[in-house]
Design a protein around this ligand. Structure first.
Ligand code: 5AD
Ligand code: SF4
Length: 445
C-alpha cells in the first residue's frame, strides 16, 4: 500500500538535509512524498527553535493540521526538529492532535514510532540523545536529486553562546568520520550533484576520524576536491574561532572551494561579544577576515548579526555599524535579539526595549542592503562562472548561482542545468543578477 508523507521544513539547511533523511528512512515503509498536507497520511513538521517567532509558527501550523486531521481518518501528525527537542511535552499539551514528537538525534527511530502508533499506542515521544549515532542508521543512499546538495559533516555545538538554543537542541559537537562523508559525497556526485555544501552548526570545528588520524575541515575539503565532476564546494556555518591555518590554506589552494564564506560575527562590540560568550573580539574577527582575504583575494563575506542583546548600548551598536562599514559584506542576516527560555541571555538584566531593537535593526539592515546591492552592481559588465541548477522564472530561462551564491538568470535552454557556463552580467538588483551566456557557450547551446 502506498502511503504519503508531507514534510514541511523550517529553519536552517541542517533541517533541509534532515528532512531528506527522514523521507529516505520512510521510503521502505511505503511512504511516497506528497505535495500537500491534504493528500498526506503522515505530516511531519521539521521545526526550528532559534528565535521565538520560529518556535511559535509551529503552533499555528498545528492548529490548522488538527482541523485537517479531524476530517481525515488515520492521518498522523509528527513534530520533529529543534522545537520538538526543546518543548516535547509542551507541544503535546498545547496540541493534543500530535501523534509523534521526535528530536533531531532520533530520526532513525521514526519507523518504530510509526509502528507503535499503528499498534494503538496513543503517542510516541523521543527526544533522547542516543549513544548510537543517527548517521550510522539513517540511509544515505538518497533518492535525492539535484545539482546543488547539502551534506551534514558535523552536528551540535559546545560553544554555548549565551543567546543560543542550539547546544540544547542539537547536543554536543560531533563530527562524522571522513570516509562516510567521502562515500556520501561520491554517491551525490554520481547522482548528478555538482556542488556540495558541507553543513554543521560549527562546521569548521570539524574533527573527523580518518585513516591515519583526525582530519580538520581543510583536510576534508582537499579530499573532496579530488572527486571528479564535483565542481564546487562550500561550507556553513563557521565560527571565527575555528578558522585554522589549514582551512585558510584550503581557500588559497583549492579552486573548487568557492570564494564566499558565511562567517557570523553577531556584534562589533567587545563588551557585547564577551556577554555573548563568543570568545573572540571584534579585532580577532578583523584579523581572520584579513588572513582569509590575503589567501583568496576575491573572497566575499556573509555574516549574522544580533541587535539588542541585553546591555547593548548605543555605543555598542555603533561599534557593530563601524565593523560592518569597515569589513563590507556581500550578504548578511540580521536579527533582533530574541529571549530564549533556558539560555543564559534570557536571565540577564538590562533587556533592551523592543522599539530600540527595531530602530537598530532598521539602521543595520539599511547599511547591509546597501553593501549587498553595491556588490551585486559591481559585477555588471564582468563575466562570471554560473552553475545552472533550475529552470528560470520565465519560459526560455535557466537559473543558477554565481561563485558568491547570488541567484543568476539567463536566457538559455534547460539542458544547461547541471553544467557551468560563463555569463556576462548585464543587470543586478538587491537579490539577483541577470545576464547572457558568453559567446562560446551561447553557440554551444
Ligand atoms: N535571538 C536572535 N538571533 C539569534 N540567533 C541565534 N540565537 C538568537 C536569538 N536568541 C541568530 C544568530 C545565529 C543565527 C543562526 O541566528 O545570529 O548566527
Ligand atoms: Fe533552527 Fe538552529 Fe535548529 Fe537549525 S539548528 S533548526 S537554525 S534551532
Amino acid at each position: 500500500m502506498t502511503r504519503r508523507v508531507y514534510i514541511k521544513t523550517y529553519g536552517c539547511q541542517m533541517n533541509v538535509y534532515d528532512s531528506q533523511r527522514m523521507a529516505d528512512v520512510l521510503k521502505p515503509l511505503g511512504y511516497a512524498p506528497s505535495e500537500t498536507p491534504e493528500a498526506a497520511d503522515l505530516v511531519i513538521l521539521n521545526t526550528c527553535h532559534i528565535r521565538e517567532k520560529a518556535g511559535e509558527k509551529v503552533y499555528s501550523e498545528l492548529g490548522r493540521l488538527a482541523k485537517l486531521k479531524a476530517d481525515k481518518d488515520g492521518m498522523m501528525i509528527a513534530v520533529a526538529g529543534c522545537t520538538a527537542q526543546a518543548e516535547g511535552e509542551e507541544i503535546v499539551r498545547r496540541a493534543p492532535s500530535v501523534d509523534i514528537v521526535v528530536g533531531p538525534q532520533a530520526y532513525h527511530r521514526l519507523p518504530q514510532m510509526i509502528a507503535e502508533i499503528h499498534r494503538g499506542a496513543g503517542r510516541a515521544l523521543d527526544t533522547d540523545f542516543p549513544a548510537l549515532d543517527k548517521f550510522d542508521v539513517l540511509p544515505c543512499e538518497s533518492g535525492q536529486q539535484g545539482v546543488a546538495q547539502f551534506l551534514t559533516v558535523q552536528e551540535g555545538c559546545d560553544k554555548f553562546c549565551t543567546f543560543c538554543v542550539v547546544p540544547y537542541t542539537r547536543g554536543a559537537e560531533y563530527s562524522r568520520p571522513a570516509q562516510a562523508i567521502l562515500d556520501e559525497a561520491r554517491r551525490m556526485v554520481a547522482g548528478g550533484a555538482r556542488e556540495i555544501t558541507l553543513l554543521g552548526q560549527n562546521v569548521n570545528a570539524y574533527r573527523g576520524a580518518a585513516a591515519g588520524g583526525t582530519w580538520g575541515l581543510g583536510r576534508l575539503i582537499r579530499a573532496l576536491a579530488e572527486i571528479e565532476d564535483l565542481r564546487r564546494i562550500r561550507y556553513t556555518t563557521s565560527h571565527p574561532r575555528d578558522v585554522d591555518d589549514d582551512l585558510i590554506a584550503a581557500h588559497r589552494d583549492v579552486p573548487q572551494l568557492m570564494p564566499f564564506l558565511h562567517l557570523p560575527v553577531q556584534s562589533g562590540s567587545d563588551r557585547v561579544l564577551t556577554a555573548m560568550n563568543r570568545k573572540h573580539t571584534a579585532d580577532d574577527y578583523r584579523r581572520v577576515v584579513d588572513r582569509l582575504r590575503a589567501a583568496r583575494a576575491d573572497l566575499q563575506l556573509s555574516s549574522d548579526f544580533i541587535v539588542g542583546f541585553p546591555g547593548e548600548t548605543d555605543a555598542d551598536f555603533e561599534a557593530t555599524m563601524a565593523l560592518v562599514r569597515e569589513t563590507v559584506f556581500a550578504q548578511a542576516f540580521s536579527f533582533k535579539y530574541s529571549r530564549r527560555p533556558g539560555t543564559p541571555g534570557a536571565a540577564m538584566p538590562k533587556q533592551i526595549a523592543e522599539d530600540a531593537k527595531d530602530a537598530r535593526l532598521q539602521a543595520l539592515q539599511e547599511l547591509l542592503i546597501a553593501q549587498q546591492t553595491r556588490f551585486n552592481r559591481s559585477l555588471v559588465g564582468t563575466t562570471i562562472q554560473v552553475l545552472f541548477d533550475k529552470p528560470g522564472r520565465h519560459a526560455g530561462q535557466v537559473g543558477g548561482r554565481s561563485p558568491f551564491l547570488q541567484a543568476v538568470h539567463v536566457d538559455g535552454p534547460t539542458e544547461l542545468i547541471g553544467t557551468m557556463a560563463e555569463v556576462e552580467i548585464e543587470a543586478a538588483s538587491q537579490n539577483s543578477l541577470s545576464g547572457r551566456l558568453a559567446p562560446a557557450h551561447a553557440e554551444a547551446a
